[in-house]
Design a protein around this ligand. Structure first.
Ligand code: AHR
Length: 495
C-alpha cells in the first residue's frame, strides 16, 4: 500500500500568486469590532485602535491582500458614514448580521491603516445593491485622486494628504442574492455602467473585479463573460464547504460523526470541479487567461456555536478545518494560471477564522497554522506533480487518501505540501524527486495533526493543535519515504 508521487523539480509551471493566500474581513459579528478594532481607549493593548495581538499574528502569516467591508454588508455600506471625526460618525444598523448597531468607527481610513500595518494590499468591495454610481465613483476619487477635487480635498481635511494606492476594487458582492437578487443579464449591464465611473486616477491603476457566480451557477459566468469580459480584470466565485445543507442545518463545527468528516472533505474537493468548469467558460472568452478567477469567499460554514448570536456566524475550528484549508490550497495551486486571488471567509471570529478572541484573550486556530506553514508557497513556481494514490474508503464511497502540491521558491528551495484526508489510517508516502540531487539536500518538515477528529484550540488550551517538527522522513535513493499520520497537514522543504 503506497501513495506514489513524482515531483519534477525542473518542470516549473505557473507562479502561485501570493494573493491566493488572501483574507476577507466583513462587518459581521465580532469580525471587525472586537476581533480587529477595539478603539484607542480600549484596555486591550492596541495600536491606533487595532488590537496588537491580532495584528502580530496576522503579520506573521504575511496576509497579502485583505477584502473589506463585505460580503453582504458591502451592498448596504455607505462609505461616507465611516469617515471624519469618529465621535461624529453616524451610527448604523447592521441589518444583515444580527441587527446590531455599529458606530462606524472602523471606516476607510482605519481599514487603509490596517492594511499598511499588515503590509497587505487593500481589496475594497463597492456597493451596487443599494448604492449609486456616484457614491461608488466618489469613493474611488476620495481614496486615490492626487489633486484638487471635492473628494480629494475632503480626504485631506480628514487627515490623509496623500492618496492611497488601491489596486483591487470589487463592483458589488453576490448580486445574485444579498447584493440585489439580480439576474445575470441585469447585473452584467449594471457592472458595465458602474465600472465606467470607477476611474484610474494618475498612476493608480485599478484591477476591477466583477461579482461572480454562486457555486455551480455556470450560466452566471457565461452571461458575465459574454457581456462584459473586456471590462473586467477579475471575476469572482463563492463556494462554502459544509457537511449539511445551507438552510436546514449545516452541521456542528466540533460535534460530528465520522461520516461528516468524510463528507466535509469530499465537498472541499468539489472546489476543483467548480474551478475547472467555470474556467472552461472563461477560456472561451479569454483564452489568454488575462482575467483572474477571484475566489473571494471560501471556507467551512458550520452551525453557529450554541449560545452565540446566530447572526454572528461564530464557529470553532478543528483539525478538520485545517484539512479543508490544506486541500483548498493544493487545488488553488493547480489552477494558478487562472486563480489569481482567493480570500478565506473570514479572518477573525467569523466562519473559518484564523483567530478567535474572547475579551483580551486570543487563540490561533488550526486553519491559522496551515496559512503559516504554507506561506512558503507565496509567489513560488508551481512544480509538476504526478501521483497514484491509495483510496480513503468510507462505506461505498472513497476519495484519494492524499493531496500533494509542490513549488520552488526564488532561492531554489522546494516545498511540498501534503494532506492525509483519512481519519483513521496513516498514509505510506513515496515521493520521488526528479531534477535534484536528493542525497545532497537538507530536508526539514512541519506537521499539524491530532488524534481526535474534533481536536481544536480553546482559550484554556490554546496550543492543543499546533504544528511540530516532522523529522520522520527518510531519504531512499531519489525518493523521500514517510508515513503521514491520519488527519494531518504537512509541509516539507528541501534545500
Ligand atoms: O461570509 C459570510 C457571507 O457569505 C457573506 O457576507 C456573503 O457574501 C456570503 O453569502
Amino acid at each position: 500500500m503506497n501513495n506514489k508521487v513524482v515531483i519534477n523539480t525542473d518542470v516549473e509551471k505557473t507562479k502561485i500568486n501570493k494573493n491566493i493566500y488572501g483574507h476577507f474581513a466583513e462587518h459581521l459579528g465580532r469580525g471587525i469590532y472586537e476581533g480587529i478594532w477595539v478603539g484607542e481607549d480600549s484596555p486591550i493593548p492596541n495600536t491606533n485602535g487595532i488590537r496588537n495581538d491580532v495584528l502580530e499574528a496576522l503579520k506573521n502569516i504575511q496576509v497579502p491582500v485583505l477584502r473589506w467591508p463585505g460580503g453582504c454588508f458591502a451592498d448596504e455600506y455607505h462609505w461616507k458614514d465611516g469617515i471624519g471625526p469618529r465621535e461624529e460618525r453616524k451610527r448604523m444598523v447592521n441589518t444583515h448580521w444580527g441587527g446590531v448597531v455599529e458606530n462606524n468607527h472602523f471606516g476607510t481610513h482605519e481599514f487603509m491603516m490596517l492594511c499598511e500595518m499588515l503590509g497587505a494590499e487593500p481589496y475594497i468591495c463597492g456597493n451596487v445593491g443599494s448604492g449609486t454610481v456616484q457614491e461608488m465613483s466618489e469613493w474611488v476619487e476620495y481614496m486615490t485622486f492626487d489633486g484638487e477635487s471635492p473628494m480629494a480635498n475632503w480626504r485631506k481635511e480628514n487627515g490623509q494628504p496623500e492618496p492611497w494606492k488601491l489596486k483591487y476594487f470589487g463592483v458589488g458582492n453576490e448580486n445574485w442574492g444579498c447584493g440585489g437578487n439580480m439576474r445575470p443579464e441585469y447585473y452584467a449591464d449594471l457592472y458595465r455602467r458602474y465600472q465606467t465611473y470607477v476611474r484610474n486616477y494618475g498612476d493608480n491603476k485599478l484591477y476591477k473585479i466583477a461579482g461572480g457566480a454562486n457555486v455551480d451557477d455556470y450560466r452566471w459566468t457565461e452571461v458575465l463573460m459574454k457581456n462584459a469580459h473586456w471590462l473586467m480584470d477579475g471575476l469572482s466565485l463563492h463556494y462554502y464547504t459544509m457537511p449539511g445543507e445551507f438552510w436546514t442545518g449545516k452541521g456542528s463545527a466540533t460535534d460530528f460523526p465520522e461520516e461528516e468528516w468524510f463528507i466535509t472533505l469530499q465537498r472541499a474537493l468539489h472546489m476543483n470541479t467548480l474551478i475547472t468548469r467555470h474556467s472552461a467558460i472563461m477560456d472561451q472568452y479569454d483564452p489568454e487567461k488575462r482575467i483572474g478567477m477571484i475566489i473571494d469567499e471560501w471556507g467551512t460554514w458550520f452551525d453557529p456555536e450554541p449560545g452565540t448570536n446566530p447572526g454572528f456566524l461564530y464557529q470553532q475550528n478543528t483539525i478538520r478545518d485545517a484539512l479543508v484549508a490544506g486541500l483548498h490550497f493544493n487545488i488553488f495551486h493547480e489552477h494558478a494560471d487562472r486563480v489569481q486571488m482567493t480570500n478565506i471567509a473570514q479572518t477573525v471570529n467569523v466562519l473559518q477564522a484564523m483567530i478567535l478572541t474572547e475579551g483580551e484573550k486570543m487563540l490561533l486556530t488550526p486553519t491559522y497554522h496551515v496559512f503559516d506553514m504554507f506561506k512558503v508557497h507565496h509567489d513560488a513556481s508551481l512544480l509538476q506533480v504526478d501521483g497514484q494514490f491509495e483510496q480513503y474508503q468510507f462505506g461505498e464511497k472513497s476519495l484519494p487518501q492524499v493531496s500533494v502540491s509542490a513549488s520552488k521558491d526564488k532561492d531554489g528551495k522546494v516545498h511540498i505540501s501534503l494532506c492525509n484526508l483519512d481519519h483513521k489510517n496513516e498514509a505510506d508516502l513515496n515521493l520521488e524527486l526528479r531534477g535534484l540531487e536528493l542525497s545532497a539536500s537538507k530536508v526539514s518538515g512541519k506537521i499539524l495533526t491530532a488524534s481526535e477528529m474534533d481536536a481544536h484550540n480553546t482559550f484554556e488550551q490554546p496550543e492543543n493543535v499546533k504544528p511540530v517538527e516532522w523529522t520522520d522522513v527518510k531519504i531512499e535513493k531519489q525518493s523521500l519515504a514517510a508515513k503521514l499520520p491520519a488527519m494531518s497537514v504537512a509541509i516539507l522543504t528541501l534545500e
